[in-house]
Design a protein around this ligand. Sequence first.
Ligand code: OOG
Length: 249
Amino acid sequence: MTASLEAIAACAAVLDDAQLRAAPTAQLSQSGALDIHDAYRVQHALLARRTARGERIVGLKLGFTSRAKAVQMGVHELILGTLTDRMRIPDGGVFDPAAGIHPRIEPEVAYRMDRDGRITAVAPALEIIDSRYADFRFDLGDVVADNTSACAFVVGEWRSRAEAGPLGNRAVRLEIDGRIVQTGSTAAICGDPARARGAAERLAGAHGFGSNAGGILLAGAATEAVPVPARGVIEATVAGLGRVSVRTA
Ligand code: OOG
């Protein structure tokens, strides 16, 4: 059944407050599972609250494109979330974990789209996720409503798609203070991260997203996510694409 506008708005307000107060909330599914259609409606209502406060949508992000992430979180369907300008941290910049609830970080590949929606450039990226739900636990509807746990992201130096070459099997490494904490391959991302664009387009078309022309697309994590350390430098390396880092205060 399709939920009323009021019910959708109430769910969005709960998630928005949880993020603003950096305090976890109960899973929405505890008071009845949200179907996927309503879950995306909640995500759009949540983003509408944020854009009304001045945030600007700058891209999209996929989730659960890798088996490592799907198994880690127990959700096995691709999901789509929204990125805003306020989530972006410059390469080498600072993230304050105290501003989040229980933030985790994961290595990704970012794509830059042109006005016609074609991929023109690629970069190594880091995504910080911070589920607004207690204990970082959720079902499919919960996580979609919660903007797919999106919190912050960092993009490294862009390379043209031609210069970057095929990305189907590049080694990926996540390090904290020079210690390797996760390793994987871009092959984990939909078999080849280049497939991410088609997957994002399908989900965007099915679930009421605006065009991502000119925007960024995060293709999903190649490895499991790890907790953001209270203090440290976190760096992702994608072979042939380079490195990207963020530090915590
Ligand atoms: C949901 C977001 C998953 C990815 O890259 O797979 C995601 C979560 O794990 O909290 O962003």
